[in-house]
Ligand binder design. Sequence first.
Ligand code: PLP
Length: 345
Amino acid sequence: MSTGFLSVDLDALATNWRALDAMTTCETAAVVKADGYGLGAGKVARALVRAGAKRLFVAVAEEGAALRQEVGPNVEICVFSGHMRGDTDMIGDMMLTPMINTVGQLTRHLEALPEHPFGIQLDTGMNRLGLEMNEWASIAEIALAQNCRLVMSHLACADEPENPMNRQQLDQFHLMTDGINVPRSLAATGGILLGPEYHFDLTRPGVGLYGGQPFTDAEPVAYLDLPVIQVRELEVGETVGYGNSWTAQRPSKIATVSGGYADGLIRALSNGANLWHGAQPVPLVGRVSMDLITVDVTDLPELPGTLSFLGPDQTVDALAANAGTIGYEILTSLGARYQRRYAGG
Ligand SMILES: *Cc1c(COP(=O)(O)O)cnc(C)c1O
């Protein structure tokens, strides 16, 4: 078998949820969109519910419908994209709570499912999802008189504590929601770390649960080990991989490892990342191919059966930094070909 192994530590996931929960005095939900940030929404969601999460968030209704089968009827599942055309049956049958983003969505919801719970998403400056001030003013009274469970907004710069945008959005959220009698939510992972002013009644952490920045104290959750398929000896001057982008400067041992950009080992990592054998780093050399990478193992005392790509010595954020991206993209790009193993939970 040559597929890589993606191991998910569900105990570390639960520990991260509890640590984020302990930073606030309010309810802590969990965001499990994009297949639980690439780690498997069903398994991840069940572990988070066991840890104490009572409310889960997904991006689209289809994710919510699939999740309902995994977690049963007693957990609230909220959908960030709201109530789109074609979502009504899923929202009704699968008991999903859409976060309404436009006046049109509210009209659709109240006409199609009048008694069914919903939330409201407000735009406080990110200009992505949610009602703006004037739209909210025109429908707030109607919405709040119906089965509205939550009023939320999202911060654009919460991973930069000094950014004045945070205070600006906080002020705008107060302006739009002070005095309402419905629970409010503003903070994701970054917002939790900004402090109690940002917590309101419910927080919505995602990336911090999965071991990513900006939650620096997170325990690693994802481990990726890739099998070595073949090892060869190179003489000085020989080249490796597409485009001859790496040349041996000394007699070298090159391991060909199973895993490539089709598995989320993004091509920008070419000639710019390490794999690990225990605590010893070994450089990825040459270009990342679709299914394979090549690694300089000349300095290893023995030839290992697998090399580690994600683990205690190389976090998703360390890898992201090498590729010029963020931990979120590394996690959600992890491919479908890996054998997934779940520990704990
Ligand atoms: C993705 C998302 C979250 C979770 O954000 P993290 O930075 O991963 O904690 C929370 N709220 C909304 C609206 C989101 O889109």
